[in-house]
Design a protein around this ligand. Structure first.
Ligand SMILES: Nc1ncnc2c1ncn2[C@@H]1O[C@H](COP(=O)(O)OP(=O)(O)O)[C@@H](O)[C@H]1O
Ligand SMILES: [Mg+2]
Length: 323
């Protein structure tokens, strides 16, 4: 079987070059003896799959993707367009959706991640939201996100809910979240119980829940582009662990806190990653301040998780092209 190639997004200003955000990965891949091809992310999002994959050589065989986030439906069409050219994405559309969207991975990680409930879209009315809050215990602090992303930059306004019992406040935060996500709302609204995590530089955080923080996800849209402003005050000290075929191939800082590199205990996470059954995923892990250990903050598809600059990505890329 051929060695997998890696697809990167092309530079919107020069289709023959990798997008500047991924250029260092493409360069490192070449140094490691790997092969890459370019895809047009804008064409992909516009649904023009023929154009999106035009630069991928015919009959290229096994492929990984490393690029901006892609909605799950578009990923399916992307996989089909590549298959028509004789290319096979090594993460199937079903596998992509399971790792990328919280309802896909949550059932496997339940108990190791903050308790969560979700609605299939924006809440239709207050009763629907109240019922969801009720399923989460109906009281205490929570955070709001969609199936894929939060608005953590707008923490007080569109992410953090001080008390689920305060329905008008919950409704306000969710409505603002939905408004700010706009057409980028992925799936539906998720409510998660808030847990206190150790912060990046300040050590364990007390009971208070302050402001958080810039982003991490490789998502090229109005919500996240250029959002990697570094660690905000109160940034949870997450580690991002990269898994291939159930083995951790790279463990490093979260892209929001590139200088902070906790070393998580993976004993409990490893069997969960294996149970998920997706070949290439990331887990973001944070340490609880109550002494109960490491928690999975979120799971992601490894193809669209951001790699912090400065990390030695050679072990990851070497594993991908050996897979
Ligand atoms: N249940 C939670 N309890 C406490 N903090 C949380 C919780 N969920 C998320 N956070 C904080 O909010 C940030 C963003 O949440 P996350 O689920 O990672 O969304 P995103 O996909 O936008 O990165 C996390 O990095 C973490 O600091
Ligand atoms: Mg995150």
């Amino acid at each position: 079987m051929r060695v997998p190639a890696i697809l990167f997004p092309s530079d919107p200003l020069n289709a023959r070059r990798p997008d500047p955000h991924f250029a260092w990965e493409a360069r490192l891949l070449r140094e490691l003896g790997g092969d890459h091809a370019l895809v047009d992310h804008d064409a992909l999002l516009a649904g023009d799959m023929g154009e999106a994959v035009r630069r991928v050589p015919e009959g290229r065989g096994p492929l990984w993707y490393r690029g901006w986030m892609i909605p799950s439906a578009a990923y399916s069409a992307f996989a089909e367009a590549l298959a028509r050219r004789g290319g096979t994405l090594l993460t199937s559309p079903a596998g992509y959706a399971s790792a990328h969207e919280l309802p896909g991975w949550y059932p496997v990680f339940e108990g190791a991640t903050p308790p969560s409930v979700w609605l299939p879209g924006a809440p239709a009315d207050r009763a629907e939201l109240a019922a969801a809050a009720g399923r989460l215990g109906g009281r205490g602090p929570a955070i709001v996100k969609d199936y894929v992303k939060s608005r953590k930059h707008e923490w007080a306004e569109a992410c953090f809910v001080p008390d689920l019992a305060d329905l008008p406040a919950l409704e306000r935060v969710v409505a603002r979240f939905v408004e700010l996500q706009g057409e980028f709302l992925s799936g539906g609204v998720v409510l998660r119980r808030y847990e206190d995590f150790a912060r990046a530089d300040l050590g364990p955080l007390g009971g208070e829940s302050g402001s958080v923080q810039p982003d991490s996800g490789a998502q090229r849209d109005s919500t996240a582009q250029g959002g990697n402003a570094g660690a905000g005050e109160g940034q949870a000290g997450e580690a991002r662990v990269w898994w291939l075929d159930g083995e951790p191939v790279l463990s490093g800082p979260h892209p929001d806190t590139p200088g902070h590199c906790p070393e998580p205990d993976l004993t409990a996470v490893r069997p969960l990653v294996r149970a998920l059954g997706c070949r290439f995923v990331t887990t973001d892990l944070a340490l609880r301040t109550d002494g109960s250990g490491w928690r999975v903050v979120e799971v992601g598809d490894g193809q669209v998780s951001d790699l912090p600059h400065g990390i030695d990505a050679a072990p990851l890329l070497t594993s991908l092209i050996a897979a």
